[in-house]
Design a protein around this ligand. Sequence first.
Ligand SMILES: [Zn+2]
Length: 133
Amino acid sequence: MKCQHKTEAGECQSHAMNNEVFCFLHNPKIPLEAKREAQAKGGRNNRAKQPKPLDKVKLDDSKDVVALVAEIINCVREGLMDVKVANCLGFLAGQLLKAVETATFENRMDEIEKKLEEQQQVAEQMKEAARHN
Ligand SMILES: [Zn+2]
């Protein structure tokens, strides 16, 4: 059941507490001090811990990204990095790896196309030379 508290924006969207008509925040039986404490605690718990800025790392190729992911794993295992920060870095590392792989693939394709073109030109020249002989 939904909390019965009405706000200017409409009804409170929170679930009411067990056997109560209001949610924790709107329940008049809960002392204001307890509500404040719970909110402060929630705020603290929701914030990701990042005690000091991390060093900038080289992220030029897939080996760099793999090294970064390995470092993140070790940091989490040793309890040196907040899991939220690690999740964020892990996600971004995945995105970066995809982008790096795509860029590498495109470069390889360009090289192959260039070589193919060169070979075609050589073949044309040989054909031309054979016709004149
Ligand atoms: Zn409520």
